[in-house]
Design a protein around this ligand. Structure first.
Ligand code: HEC
Ligand code: HEC
Length: 263
């Protein structure tokens, strides 16, 4: 009996602690209005990514041609997160994507919307997938850049890791997105996808050393770009940031972010 009572108390406490998401009706109403005027054309009325402009064709610098589909929100899978692989993104992750758009994808930025409208449209897109109601939010990954990022020693170590971890199989030896596997990749939605061409210099998540670190750490769920949170140490992932900056031709930018302090 005592065990039963304890069990009930514990279950009750767990239910109470669960940060269950309930859509805010006012925000959803405003969000739907924004969505119908700004997003529906690509993401579709049902949020399944099949709007009137269902596809965007792209030619990467390396000459590879493929088609990008606007995200299917009903799957609840998102690429540009600050949370570990397999987790839902934070509201701030989604708001950043809406505000800045996604370079090299055809998704425009919406910086002309007010912060309230951006928050509202994010609330609305969360209603398309059950995942938000069913799952607990994950803690965002803590990111703290060491000062030596971008130094020659770290670039050299990053280059070794790039080889060792077989990044080149997809991204190519010189980072041009033309590795041996590049032409056969499909994303979780069954569509052809092309690995990042570093020489474009433009990250889909937006350029910053932190964003590069998150790309290797959290991975880009649904895209086939894996997470290396468990297979590489924190330090190793920062060496990869150094090498990625080199491949992108953006090593000079690191000082602006407080890196490049070499011995
Ligand atoms: C011109 C077409 C277009 C419009 C308009 C557009 N999007 Fe997108 N959106 C895309 C494409 C294409 C992708 C997929 C990009 C990729 O995966 O590389 C995308 C992806 C996304 C993602 C997924 C990000 C992730 O982490 O995976 C979100 C969220 C999003 N769009 C929100 C919106 C919202 C909200 C609006 C309206 C305010 C909007 N989009 C308007 C084309 C569009
Ligand atoms: C199995 C193939 C594969 C492997 C292995 C792989 N990637 Fe990727 N990577 C991809 C794909 C596909 C994308 C493009 C995702 C997209 O455009 O939505 C990508 C995207 C990226 C991006 C761009 C993120 C952005 O915001 O645009 C970076 C940086 C990156 N990969 C670095 C690496 C590094 C470093 C390694 C090795 C530690 C690696 N990748 C291993 C397939 C791979």
């Amino acid at each position: 009996m005592r065990v039963l009572i304890l069990g009930i108390i514990l279950l009750g406490a767990a239910g109470f602690l669960r940060a269950e998401w309930k859509p805010d009706p006012e925000l959803v109403k405003l969000g739907k209005k924004v969505y119908m005027s700004r997003c529906v054309i690509c993401h579709g009325e049902k949020g399944d990514g099949r709007g009137i402009i269902g596809v965007i064709h792209r030619v990467e610098k390396s000459g590879l041609v493929w088609t990008i589909y606007p995200r299917d929100f009903t799957s609840g899978v998102f690429k540009f997160r600050s949370t570990p692989s397999g987790c839902l993104p934070t509201d701030e992750d989604l708001m950043r994507t809406v505000r800045n758009g996604i370079p090299r994808s055809g998704m425009p930025g919406h910086a002309d919307l007010s912060e309230k409208e951006i928050r509202a449209v994010v609330e609305y897109i969360k209603t398309f997938s059950e995942r938000w109601r069913e799952e607990e939010p994950c803690e965002p990954i803590k990111v703290k850049m060491p000062k030596w990022v971008g130094c020659p020693d770290s670039v050299a170590k990053g280059k070794e890791l790039y080889k060792k971890m077989k990044c080149w199989e997809c991204h190519g030896m010189e980072g041009k997105g033309d590795g041996p596997k590049a032409d056969q990749l499909k994303d979780d939605w069954g569509d052809k996808i092309v690995p990042f061409d570093f020489t474009t210099g433009a990250l889909k998540m937006g350029f910053a050393p932190d964003r590069l670190y998150l790309a290797f750490t959290a991975g880009l769920d649904g895209s086939g770009m894996p997470s290396y949170q468990d297979s590489l140490t924190d330090e190793e992932r920062w060496h990869l940031v150094s090498y990625a900056l080199k491949l992108m031709g953006r090593l000079d930018d690191i000082k602006k972010y407080g890196g490049g302090v070499c011995k």
